[in-house]
Design a protein around this ligand. Sequence first.
Ligand code: HEC
Length: 443
Amino acid sequence: MDFLKQIALPQSEAQIGVLYFVLNVIYILLLPFISYLFGALILSLYHNRKGRKQNNALSIRFSKDVIDHILPNKSILLLFGVVPYMALTFAYAQLLQDTAAISVSILSWGLLLFAAAAAFASSYQSALKVGGVLESVSANTEEMESYRTQMSETRRTSGKYALIFLVAAGYCLIAGTSLAVHPNQWQTISSAVELLFSLDVLAKLIQFVLLSFTITCLGTLFFTFSWQGGSKHLTAEYTEYVKKATLPTGLITLLLQPLFVVLSVVLLPVQSLTGLVFLSAFLVIFFVFLASHSVYGMLKGFVAGYAAKAFYLFVLALGCMVVQGTASLSGATKNSSALLAYRYTIHHEELLAKLGINLAIFSGEDIFNAKCSACHEFGAKKVGPAYKDVLPKYENDRTKLLSFVMNPQKINPAFPPMPNQGLKPAEADSIAAYIMLMYKQAK
Ligand code: HEC
């Protein structure tokens, strides 16, 4: 899927700056969403299974609620998932054009896998909903029974596939983006599978799993107890169930985060390390610390307000994690960005020329009047020598004259050195032709 890189256009430095900004925005939407969805699917599948085995209505309700929190409606999947993933792939195609990195094709596959995961997740959610309704109907006709089995079949398969595709899409996201910050691997890595053995990717995968559990647990607490006054019809048993299902896991996974933040910095290559990388890594740890304080507070004595605090603090930590990621990316792509900006200038001029717009190619006479006449005349010396005295030696050597005009050298001790006039090749060409012509006509 390298065609994406081919359609990417060269871009100026300012545009690359904008691209990094956009990338931050994309990540801030995508990272919390995709990790929450992943964590929610796992918790939901786990508790649903448990609920059916033990015939426990609380588990079943929990398995439905976790998913409903992250997917209040289907368009969320597009808005926070598919669209940002697509935008991310395009942004990387722009940044990594002209490099050998295969990140973009990995990300393109990830996008397809994610779209599949989103479709299955949404059918899983519907199956949970319909299944719940069917079970509350007391009629036990044969038809009803077959409906129920059908629904639970749909629920099982779509849940399973949603998880499998999401794991694959998450892997592509991590592998593709992590390759992008390792320019030393751009030449050697030729398939996504090779990246599985990279320490950096492994560390990020574990970090992603931890992060998913943390955000799902904190999010569930937040949406159950705090968001818009908390869920309605909370029985004491269900409250207890939610706390037990989320608080310990949330705290443990939260406390493990700093370890991986440090590791992610240590594993970066030198060219990706910038001041911003360190600063944002520090802030992640800081916010994680504050969030764990709130979660611990909830374990000690439950206060609903802490749920919101912990969730918001963790989202802030995630935001800093995103900045850390893009900061290291900008370090890694610094060289290729500079090259891109240079290509852009050329591309821009070619484009204008193609459109028939003549870019600042003034006539020789214009240039003479603007840039040379202050110091030169044809017949007499001024600051510089008279052209009639110096041009004869260039009469049969156009290139020599051109190279002097573009890059003046010290020649005659009787004169000061001529300052470089900063002419473009095309301009130097027309001024050289002009003075030579005038000189010959005067002769
Ligand atoms: C600020 C003054 C200044 C300007 C402006 C200037 N020149 Fe000169 N030019 C000089 C001086 C001084 C010399 C003599 C340098 C030397 O001999 O080392 C010189 C020498 C030259 C020579 C003779 C080189 C030789 O082989 O002896 C040429 C040709 C020339 N300039 C062309 C130009 C052209 C074309 C422009 C405009 C694009 C230009 N100069 C603008 C000051 C100037």
